[in-house]
Write a protein that binds this ligand. Structure first.
Ligand code: TRP
Length: 333
């Protein structure tokens, strides 16, 4: 069993990202270890350039994301952690798979439609063929499990279609069919200022998000000032409908405490935010303290980060080589 997943290193180092993708990787790392499998996690820096990135920002973002992943518990000693760019087999296999993927398949990808919007003609070719690179990312390592958010499920189905067609067209059993692993209730964390908007690094107000590097005072202040409503907390999760800000704070509590929403409500039902917010602040500070500390430490040691990523890339290159070789051979190249 092998888990493979990627994340774009274009910053988003806030609580929403931690409780969404990153924490899920750490759980996969533990689960794989228990069942004798292994994990390959990478920074999808080649995917990042499918939209314009300022080069200096991208360079910074790559180190920052690597530091955040390690700080959150992705352990380079137990998982293979690397940059996509350091393993040329990703680009090479993507090109080979461009021969198998069909234009009709890519035309159905909703992410391309969303990201290109009204300016389809002006979108980069990389944005269009992005899912083929993603297929290469996972097929290269014979991934069995691919943890992704709901929005990436279609790309994974495409990877399976490409694998089936390649294996069939060239009469080989080269590629393993990967299964998407979609976390049951990937906590959707919303802005602290607007319960209808996702927590995001692009929000103009820093008060709308909790960053992994925020200190305890700032975290407490942000939660104290978070938008809420005057009602006390209900005892039934259904009664949070129509109360997006209240729901968001309860969701954050539930995700951090790793406790179902209904259990959190059972404890706080009838209490107002005057009581709930300090409890939430305390919990958030406690959970983020070790992460923030390690994050700061790693960011001050770029040489160490580069060393860890290089080690990961060496292993990834080794593991990728036979599959890439198999693909060239199958094609007659
Ligand atoms: N497209 C994914 C995202 O934006 C990132 C990604 C790139 C990925 N390659 C991958 C995820 C391979 C899983 C497997 O979230």
């Amino acid at each position: 069993m092998r888990t493979v997943s990627g994340i774009q290193p274009t910053g988003n180092l806030h609580l929403g990202n931690y409780l969404g993708a990153i924490r899920n990787w750490v759980r996969m790392q533990d689960a794989m270890e228990e069942s004798g499998g292994e994990c390959f996690f990478f920074l999808a820096d080649l995917h990042a350039i499918s939209q314009y990135q300022d080069p200096a920002e991208l360079r910074r973002g790559i180190r920052e994301m690597a530091a955040a992943l390690i700080a959150c518990g992705v352990d380079p000693a137990r998982s293979t952690l690397f940059r996509q760019r350091d393993v040329p087999a990703h680009s090479e296999l993507a090109w080979l798979l461009n021969g198998t993927a069909r234009v009709g398949w890519l035309n159905r990808m909703t992410q391309f439609k969303d990201k290109s919007g009204k300016n389809r003609e002006g979108a980069s070719v990389a944005l269009y063929t992005y899912p083929v690179l993603q297929a290469a990312d996972v097929l290269l390592y014979q991934a069995t499990h691919v943890p992704v958010g709901d929005d990436q499920k279609q790309h994974l189905e495409l990877a399976r279609d490409i694998a089936i067609k390649f294996n069939t067209d060239y009469a080989v059993e080269l590629f393993t069919l990967p299964e998407p692993i979609i976390p049951p209730a990937a906590a959707r964390i919303m802005s602290l200022r607007d319960g209808a908007a996702k927590m995001s690094k692009s929000d103009a107000s820093d008060m709308s998000r909790i960053n992994l590097a925020d200190d305890p005072d700032l975290i407490t202040q942000k939660i104290r000032k978070a938008k809420t409503d005057p009602e006390p907390l209900p005892d039934d999760p259904g009664l949070l409908d129509g109360r997006p800000e209240a729901r968001n704070l309860v969701t954050i509590y539930s995700a951090l405490a790793d406790e179902p929403v209904k259990d959190v409500l059972a404890r706080f039902a009838g209490q107002g935010f005057g009581a709930f917010k300090p409890a939430l602040a305390e919990l958030t500070v406690e959970k983020l303290r070790p992460i923030g500390a390690r994050f700061a430490e790693l960011q001050q040691d770029p040489a160490e980060l580069d060393r860890l990523l290089k080690l990961g890339a060496e292993k990834a290159n080794r593991v990728a080589a036979p599959t890439l070789g198999g693909a060239y051979a199958a094609l007659g190249l």
